[in-house]
Design a protein around this ligand. Structure first.
Ligand code: NAP
Length: 509
């Protein structure tokens, strides 16, 4: 089992004691006491207080500034403090590879049996090649480490794969972590690749290295106690990705049906190299968001035909034969939400879509605009596209056999009654919640108004449409339905837990 270690970075003994209690309450397995963070640290006075009554096993680290820590003194004083920690019964001591030989001679064979020596190496710049990493691990083993620790930095998410490679081949217990947001995967997937421990912080102010998730995220969202060698890896590849609620949504739903998978936020730079690097069958499905939805078409071996016409993919599944298949659940989510919004006879389960023959005005010609325009055409609607950049409206309108409009023309555009409006621009999206694509007075020309924007749930457009007595459909509907489609692709057809998805979407959107 991979241990969950909470770094203690308090400036005082009292703060560290309080944080150790919080770490135990949060579900940590051990604490790392970072002596170098304590202001005016006095070993003989502070160490007994820190270790006596510590509610969890302790790892003691006294990191010098030349290895990224805060300690600025000489090695002898540092070694003496670590020796004292050992004498006081600490469970683990961390020593840097650069001085490990010196420390081991200093101990002259008197390391207590109970205490395990972690020999560590940190690279704050990059992640070396697989060969260099393997050599580094061999050197750490040779010096006499009970546990090997290597921490590097991800410049690209693909760097993490080299750490996984050495971890699975390491003959002694190993902690292999890749720092920075691009390295998050190394921290969450430590149990899958046999990592001895992973670090989880109490909160964002208590970090000891970049990219550390909280204990709560590791236990509650990523469910690391249930991650093992067979756990499938899913995730959202996007840039930026931090703001996404999809990891919460998908992990909670995967857990609710007991599907052995974890869904990660994957901060990517190049989709093709990501998919090529993480090519094992366990990396079995991905959501794609900006800026990768278009690149994803090239990366897939097979495509859902509508997704291919749209030219954008938001879901990639790796089939057991290794082939990548691309889908677009955005259009299914948006179109089915609009169909249900129209309601009445001929609603979505009927053979003929309630969109058939209707005039759908799509505002926006980006990814969501394309998905809605193609989806509406697929259902037999007539499509009009309005967009800020008129040329893009023309190009999308031509592709779906429709008509193009300038945004300003929406104010007077009323060729017939009973039209449907779909906003697929980001106008009105948080934080610019005052934005709207169409003047209020023109909203009464429509039967149904749909807004792809889902944060806030009720946009200015929807509020004004409601005030005009028009039926409204929220972007949250599209969000939930596209996620349900993805979930079913990821799990090979397990029905998505709709009410749970709605509950989570309502809480986080
Ligand atoms: P995108 O590909 O970047 O397209 C953005 C669109 O918005 C373009 O048509 C752009 O016009 C237009 N736009 C941006 N700023 C504008 C402004 N100030 N005035 C007028 N038009 C403006 O983005 P996307 O992926 O299609 O996403 C569009 C919206 O849909 C976002 O708010 C996104 O959150 C939402 N969305 C929701 C879901 C869901 O599940 N509910 C799914 C996907 C997307 P130009 O062509 O002139 O730049």
């Amino acid at each position: 089992m991979t241990l969950l270690c909470v770094p203690l970075v308090g400036r005082t003994v009292e703060e560290m004691q309080a944080d150790a209690a919080a770490a135990a309450a949060a579900g940590g397995d051990l604490v790392e006491i970072r002596l170098d963070f304590i202001e005016g640290f006095r070993p003989r006075e502070h160490l007994p207080r820190l270790l006596r009554g510590c509610p969890l096993p302790a790892l003691v680290t006294y990191r010098p500034n030349w290895e990224g820590g805060q300690y600025e003194g000489d090695d002898t004083a540092r070694f003496e403090a670590l020796r004292l920690a050992m004498e006081l019964g600490v469970d683990y001591v961390d020593i840097e590879l650069k001085v490990a030989d010196k420390f081991i001679s200093f101990m002259s064979g008197n390391k207590p049996e109970k205490c395990q020596l972690i020999v560590s190496s940190h690279n704050y710049e990059y992640t070396p090649s697989s060969e260099e990493l393997a050599n580094l691990v061999a050197r750490i083993q040779a010096v006499g480490a009970d546990i090997v620790k290597v921490a590097t930095t991800a410049k690209d998410i693909v760097d993490v794969s080299r750490m996984f490679q050495v971890m699975v081949h390491c003959q002694v217990p190993m902690i292999g972590l890749v720092m920075s947001e691009r390295g998050l995967m190394s921290r969450v997937l430590a149990p899958k690749f046999g990592g001895y421990l992973t670090f989880g912080i109490l909160n964002a102010t208590k970090t000891s290295a970049s990219g550390q998730p909280t204990v709560n995220e590791l236990l509650d969202i990523y469910n690391i106690r249930h991650i093992g060698p067979d756990t499938k890896v899913l995730g959202l590849i996007a840039n930026p990705v931090k703001q996404s609620k999809s990891p919460i949504l998908h992990n909670k739903c995967l857990q609710s049906v007991r599907y052995n998978a974890v869904y990660l936020p994957l901060l990517g730079d190049n989709l093709a190299s990501f998919l090529e690097t993480y090519s094992s069958p366990d990396f079995s499905g991905f959501s794609c968001s900006l800026p990768f939805k278009v690149d994803a078409v090239q990366c897939c071996d097979e495509h859902d035909p509508v997704a291919k016409s749209i030219g954008a993919i938001n879901t990639i599944i790796r089939r057991p034969d290794g082939k990548l298949v691309g889908y677009n659940t955005d259009y299914i989510g948006a179109i089915s939400a609009i169909e249900d919004g129209i309601g009445g006879p001929g609603s979505k389960d009927a053979a003929i879509s309630p969109l058939a023959g209707r005039l759908v005005v799509v505002v926006g010609a980006g990814g969501a605009g394309k998905a809605i325009a193609y989806g509406a055409k697929e259902k037999g609607a007539r499509v009009v596209v309005a967009n800020r950049t008129y040329e893009k409206a023309v190009s999308l309108a031509n592709a779906v056999g429709g008509q193009a409009l300038r945004l300003a023309d929406l104010e007077t555009f009323r060729p017939e009654e009973g039209m449907i409006l779909a906003n697929a621009t980001s106008l009105g999206m948080y934080p610019n919640v005052d934005g709207t694509p169409i003047p209020k007075k023109a909203l009464s020309f429509y039967d149904v108004v749909f807004d792809a924007v889902y944060a806030p749930k009720v946009t200015r457009l929807l509020r004004e449409a409601g005030e005009c007595g028009v039926k409204v459909v929220s972007g949250v509907e599209m969000f939930v339905r596209q996620a349900m489609g993805q979930f079913e692709h990821f799990t090979g057809g397990i029905e998505a837990p709709e009410s749970l998805m709605r509950e989570i979407a309502a809480k986080y959107t």
